[in-house]
Design a protein around this ligand. Structure first.
Ligand SMILES: [Zn+2]
Length: 413
């Protein structure tokens, strides 16, 4: 690969046009999709935009008040997907159960229970089994001030028809509630299911003499509602755009398809819609190269590879050849690559550790052209080699243990 054709500065300039929150299903996300399509056209290629719908929740009311031995309202955010309390809320004794261990939860019956970490399906099950009347989870840090005192938005995933509702509270308030000896509280939550439209943008660079075989380069371009998602994941979107530019000028033997996914943050909705829409063609897919979390300077590069362990060794060889340090994890990875692996296609996510994911601090200010350039070169090197080999070298079968984990991961999503 001719590394001089890859520019970090150009990627950063492209990212400047996306310095806003791009929550899936909003006009802002649509605007971002249109800008991506425009960039593809500027490369002399023809983009295709594929719409899909997904269900999400809209919270209309979320409240938490201590009712005894004093009365005070606190700011909370409701858990999306945890249902609605009866009108007027649930009033019950209050319990702080730390990490939700069995001893603490033995006191939970009939109570509104506060735990430290965000409540996921496994903790939710424990709370429901313990007979909790509702739950609170603690977020933020004690050194937060100003806007950061607003609790994060949480989603309860993989729980069908939840019986108890929950909310998230900032830790400074959580500290006060415990120290002031709150013994009773009221939790109010009201939400409704809504259907939204999102879209993927894709473009195909037809291979020269191995065109039947398809390799995908993918990145999501939506962000969480908290911040403009520069690191997560407009940087990834810029990296694959840079590679799209490169391969448009340097035609590969195998077909390369570039896909910018919408609604990843809503549960990989974009990639799930893609495999649904292109199901008959999936047997032509050989490998998915996804980028999620990229572009910050201080950090380490890790490739999460879902597929046979021998693929890790081959990718490691390519990284050595390219001379760029990379760690490897052979397992499932919480991004759109999982969707491909779940559909039998070996997949990787190029990830760079960094700061501020899913917060308002995830801005362009922390993005480095050096880092963008490095990641694009590494991924481009891998993609180019894989598109050129005479016989595609990867074992196509996903190992049984990973299949099982993927089934669990996608369980009731
Ligand atoms: Zn992401």
């Amino acid at each position: 690969m001719d590394f001089t054709q890859i520019s970090g500065k150009r990627q950063l300039a492209f990212m400047q046009d996306f310095d806003y929150i791009r929550e899936a299903g909003t006009e802002a996300e649509q605007r971002a999709a249109e800008r991506i399509a425009e960039e593809i056209r500027s490369l002399g290629l023809t983009p295709e935009t594929e719409e899909f719908t997904f269900d999400t929740y809209e919270i209309t009311e979320a409240g938490f008040a201590v009712t005894s031995p004093y009365q005070k309202e606190y700011t909370v955010t409701g858990y999306l997907g945890s249902g609605s309390t009866p009108e007027g809320g649930v009033e019950a004794p209050f319990l702080y159960a730390e990490n939700g261990d069995d001893i603490s939860l033995s006191y939970a019956s009939g109570k509104i229970v506060m735990v430290n970490a965000p409540v996921r399906a496994d903790m939710y099950e424990k709370l429901e089994k313990a007979g909790a009347a509702g739950f609170l989870s603690i977020c933020g840090s004690p050194i937060d001030s100003g806007e950061d005192l607003k609790p994060a938005l949480c989603t309860l995933r993989k729980v069908e028809q939840p019986a108890i509702q929950g909310a998230c509270i900032h830790c400074t308030d959580a500290v006060r509630i415990v120290e002031e000896g709150a013994s009773r509280a009221r939790l109010t939550l009201s939400q409704r299911k809504v259907t939204r439209t999102s879209r993927n943008v894709r473009v195909r660079i037809q291979g020269t003499d191995r065109a039947e075989e398809i390799l995908t380069l993918t990145a999501h371009f939506d962000s969480v509602p908290a911040g403009p998602g520069a690191y997560d994941n407009m940087a990834g979107a810029a990296i694959i755009m840079e590679l799209c530019r490169y391969f448009a000028a340097n035609r590969p033997r195998r077909t390369l398809e570039f896909i910018w996914f919408g609604a990843e943050e809503k549960g990989l909705k974009g990639s799930l819609a893609y495999v649904e829409a292109h199901r008959e063609e999936l047997k032509r897919h050989r490998f998915n190269m996804n980028v999620d979390l990229a572009g910050q300077l201080v950090g380490g590069t890790v490739i999460g590879l879902t597929g046979d362990a021998s693929i890790c060794s081959m990718l490691s060889w390519l990284a050595h050849e390219a001379g760029m340090g990379t760690g490897f994890v052979n397992g499932i990875w919480g991004s759109d690559s999982n969707t491909f692996a779940w559909n039998g296609i070996p997949a990787m996510t190029l990830n760079r550790d960094g700061f501020g994911m899913h917060t308002r601090h995830d801005t362009l200010a922390l993005i480095s052209p050096w880092s963008l350039e490095r990641s694009a070169r590494l991924l481009g090197y891998i993609a180019e080699h894989l598109s050129e080999t005479e016989v595609f070298p990867f074992v196509q079968e996903i190992p049984e243990d990973m299949k099982k984990k993927l089934d669990e991961y996608f369980g009731q999503m």
